[in-house]
Every structure is written in C-alpha cells, then in structure tokens.
Design a protein around this ligand. Structure first.
Ligand code: C2E
Ligand code: MG
Ligand code: MG
Ligand code: MG
Length: 281
C-alpha cells in the first residue's frame, strides 16, 4: 500500500515538473534563436546631475522582444543567458548597439553598459570593448561599464587585471547595486571605481528610515573621499530626490527623471531646453 501511495504521489508531482522543465527547455532554445535573430531591444534610462538636474548620461537596459511572450525584462532571460552561455554573444551585441546608439546622440553624454560575471570570464572582453568603440567611433570617455559585486565575488587576479585593461582603454567603471552584497566595502579597496551606484533598496526607504538616510550619506561621503561619483538608483519621488541630494549623492537615476525608453524616443529628452547645458563626457 505504501508503495502505491508513493507512486501516486510521484505521479501527481511529475507532470508539473515535466511541464516546467519543458517550458524552460523551450525558452532556452528560443533564447538561442532570439540571440541569433537579434530579437533584443536596448532601452535607455537617463542619469542626471543631482545639483543642476542636467542630463549626464543614459544606462543601457536590454529587453527581449519575444515573438510569443512580448517584451521581457532582463530578469527573465539574463540569468538563463548566463547559464547557457549565450550571454557572450548577447553581451557583445548589446555593447555594439549601445555604442552605436550613443555615437548618434546630439549631445556627447555617457552611455553605461551592464556587464555580467560570465562576460568577465572571456579573455577577449577588453578587445571586444575596444572593437565596439572603434566600430562606432565613440570616444572611450563616453562609455561606462557597470559591474556588480558578483563579478568580484569569484574575484581572482584575472578579474582585477581585466578591470585595469578596460580602464586603460579610457572607459570608466561603476560598481552597481552597491550595498546589496556580502562585502561591498572590501571591493572598493580592490579596484579604483569611477562611480558607486547606491542600490535602490536604500533610496526607496529614505523617507521613512533614518538608518537608510545615514547609510546613503555615509556612502556618498566615502565616494567623495575616494574620488568616485555616487549615483542614487531608483529615485521615484521628489522627496527622495531632495533627500539623496541633501545627503551628498552626485547623480540621480530613476522614474522621477525618466523610465527606460527606446532609442527612438530619446530625442524628447535631448530637446528639453534645460538640457542645452548637459554635462558631457
Ligand atoms: P540595474 O543595472 O541595477 O538596472 C537598474 C534597474 O532598475 C533597471 O531594471 C531599471 O529599469 C530599474 N529602475 C530604474 N529606475 C527605477 C525606479 O525609479 N524604480 C524602480 N522600481 N525601478 C527602477 P531592468 O531594466 O529590469 O534591469 C534589471 C537588471 O538586469 C539590471 O539592474 C541589470 O543588472 C540587468 N541588466 C539589464 N540590462 C542588462 C544588460 O544589457 N546586460 C546585463 N548583463 N545585465 C543587464
Ligand atoms: Mg546597472
Ligand atoms: Mg543598478
Ligand atoms: Mg539595482
């Protein structure tokens, strides 16, 4: 009897497992096809100077225009792209696209591109970045690369060497999602980042939490001491904007200033009269 029950339990469990596994397999093969067919779109979200509100650049944020499921956010395919290895091809495509788009902007502001840990394992990453700059004729000073702590988590000498090779190209390097990892502070010691991006989780609590305000203030001071700019991520309200500014963040990014949008829609931002004096790279 126990055996029967065991099998019964198994049977009612298995079909669900199968379905999920099949769905995953399907998405994996669709992702490979999607990368081959360039089904991706790069959106851009503005960054502004905290003091003057002037435009300082855009972060490139990829979306997958899935033929069946519509526009998918990176959380739904970047982890899979890393696991299956297509991130190499996809990452290279994003780099080329972002540099080519930025080279066409009417103001020479920065473009920030996110790099995933898997891309750091490729020996040719600095060459790939150099090739993207050359192909688009974009000044290296206009490109910024964002890395999260996970890149440094598997940190060995190669990672730091790669970061220095990238810096030698003349591009800048930002530490993304600062404060969310295990030992963000110790990573600041291992490499001279140009920018710290304070994670949205701190910014979103600033109005109600004096602890969050104190942390943002301390990180902004630390950044200023280390010669790094500090960007507050995820600024959604005027109050949050006031608080991050008062607490010393040098740049702001978030829905209060603009959502990520396709390249074709950026002209509205460039045309705003207050952007005439945008802070260029
Ligand atoms: P991230 O680099 O920290 O990017 C910021 C994320 O916060 C973006 O989500 C952006 O849309 C969202 N965001 C910006 N302002 C606000 C706000 O005011 N409120 C809220 N609630 N959210 C805001 P997105 O586009 O979904 O990207 C998520 C993550 O996926 C990124 O986090 C980045 O780690 C990764 N990612 C995006 N594009 C790429 C890429 O081209 N390559 C790689 N490797 N990773 C990417
Ligand atoms: Mg980022
Ligand atoms: Mg971030
Ligand atoms: Mg973040």
């Amino acid at each position: 009897k126990a055996k029967m029950e065991g099998r019964g339990t198994c049977r009612s469990f298995e079909p669900g497992m199968d379905a999920r596994l099949q769905e995953r397999r399907q998405l994996e093969s669709e992702l490979a096809i999607g990368v081959a067919n360039e089904q991706f779109v790069v959106y851009y979200q503005p960054l502004h100077d905290a003091k003057t509100s002037k435009l300082t650049g855009f972060e490139a944020l990829v979306r997958w225009n899935h033929p069946r499921l519509g526009l998918l956010p990176p959380s739904e395919f970047i982890p899979m792209a890393e696991e299956t290895g297509v991130i190499d091809t996809l990452g290279e495509w994003i780099m080329l696209r972002a540099c080519a788009d930025a080279a066409k902007w009417p103001l020479p502001v920065k473009v920030a591109v996110n790099l995933s840990p898997a891309q750091f394992k490729q020996q040719g990453l600095p060459l790939q970045v150099a090739a993207a700059l050359a192909a688009s004729n974009l000044l290296p000073s206009r490109l910024e690369l964002e890395i999260t702590e996970s890149v440094l988590l598997a940190h060995n000498e190669n990672t730091i060497t790669t970061l220095h090779s990238l810096r030698d190209l003349g591009v800048s390097i930002a530490m993304d999602d600062f404060g969310t990892g295990y030992s963000s502070l110790s990573y600041l010691r291992s490499f001279p980042f140009n920018r710290i991006k304070i994670d949205r989780s701190f910014v979103s609590l600033m109005c109600e939490s004096s602890e969050s305000r104190a942390i943002v203030k301390a990180v902004a001071e630390l950044g200023s001491t280390l010669g790094m700019t500090t960007t507050a991520e995820g600024v959604e309200t005027e109050d949050q904007f006031r608080l991050v500014r008062e607490n010393g963040c040098t740049d702001v990014q978030g829905w209060f200033f603009g959502r990520p949008m396709p390249a074709s829609e950026l002209h509205t931002l460039f045309e705003e009269p207050e952007q005439r004096g945008a802070l260029t790279a």
